[in-house]
Design a protein around this ligand. Sequence first.
Ligand code: HEM
Ligand code: HEM
Ligand code: SF4
Ligand code: SF4
Length: 419
Amino acid sequence: MSETPLVDELEKGPWPSFVKEIKKTAEIMEKKAAEGKDIKLPKTARALLKLLEISYRDKKTHWKHGGIVSVVGYGGGVIGRYSDLGDKLPEIEHFHTMRINMPAGWFYSTKALRSLCDVWGESGGSGLTNMHGSTGDIIFLGTRSEYLQPCFEDLGNLEIPFDLGGSGSAVRTPSACMGPALCEFSCYDTLDLCYELTMAYQNEIHRPMYPYKFKIKCSGCPNDCVAAKARADFAIIGTWKDEIQIDEEAVKEYAKWMDIENEVVKLCPTKAISWDGKELKINAKDCVRCMHCINKMPKALKPGNERGATILIGGKAPVLEGAIIGWVAVPFIEVKKPYDEIKEILNATLEWWDEEGKFRERVGELIWRKGMKEYLRVIGREVDVRIVKAPRNNPFMFFKKEELRPSPFVEELKRRGMF
Ligand code: HEM
Ligand code: HEM
Ligand code: SF4
Ligand code: SF4
């Protein structure tokens, strides 16, 4: 009988099987080692399957808690991991993960990928990867402590070199949607901004120095294809200020087969759009740039010409205070090289959070604790009605002392030293 009967079940069915991938990797690594190639971890992929089988049987993980390893000069980028079955499966006692910063938009040449594979197979890796981690990094899955540094150096010496991504209480690897490389909806150059921010914040990415993690994501339009608003503390989402561009001839082409009234007009969230059978009209003042009409009729409608982005702050997963979808901090900002305005807001945010944030407090939670008024002061922005969905429904407002006019009540508070 097979050594991994439970795991083997997952080779069945139509979806590409990760079990097959691991087995394939195990075979390639073992074969190369048998051919006399200098493969440092030929048996790790096979051992992972065995470990997984045991976890399936026991219904629990067999990784020990935590693990702290890194490369020289960096404090993040590697996630240490040790198995609690190291005595049984020594090949997998160490199984550290290296995060490798991907190119913006995940655009590769086969040459770049080939060289990554060579390094990972031959410099001490298991041969297993994750393309890609949820934050965006290429994940090199499984190596030993002693191979981290050589692997890192080999990556840096490639003709197309790769650096580590982020982990820990640091700025994490920024990511971007494919943007203007392929998508005609893109309102700014997501790839360039992502790259520029990655380079500008190298120190903050490699050397954790903050209360907790901080993620940046760039989406070219409100479709938000990298889910920036849900998965980034700082989401930069493309938008426009003027009118949607309409090509009336192309609208007529759609009208030949599409039910514009029911599929577009009636679904516009603000009823900003109308169609009389001849002409399509959009009232720019009412349009909330939801993208629906543009998504439906991409050949006829395009984002406007005055383009930029909205910055949403605070997106995060549930721990501790509850999940947050980022909310509007800056309704509109120009996205022009060298992106100084965006960097100023980022710098102010990071500095304030570093100063005020509690241990493992995300920036969204800090703003909940301190108030949006304080955050807007920090980034030098005015209060704007667009940052709320509705005004507060309780009367517990704070006033600045200067805002109060002299009165017997204020005098009495002063007399009692309560002011
Ligand atoms: C050996 C144990 C563990 C390992 C290796 C591990 C690993 C990780 C990794 C790699 C991430 C992603 C980090 C990032 O994107 O910054 C993460 C995030 C997270 N982990 Fe763990 N984890 C472990 C145990 C736990 C446990 C026991 C819990 C909860 C009971 C937990 C809850 C979370 C949560 C909620 C996040 C997401 C936090 C956020 O994005 O705000 N983890 N963990
Ligand atoms: C061999 C074991 C594991 C590996 C290789 C692994 C790897 C990863 C990777 C690569 C990511 C994406 C990180 C990123 O791109 O930011 C991730 C995310 C995460 N991991 Fe793990 N992980 C492991 C075990 C665990 C364990 C044991 C836990 C919790 C008990 C855990 C919880 C999480 C959570 C909560 C996230 C964040 C998910 C998200 O935000 O989408 N992981 N892990
Ligand atoms: S977020 Fe918008 S610009 Fe980016 S890929 Fe998606 S649709 Fe295109
Ligand atoms: S983008 Fe959305 S809100 Fe604006 S007109 Fe089109 S459907 Fe309506």
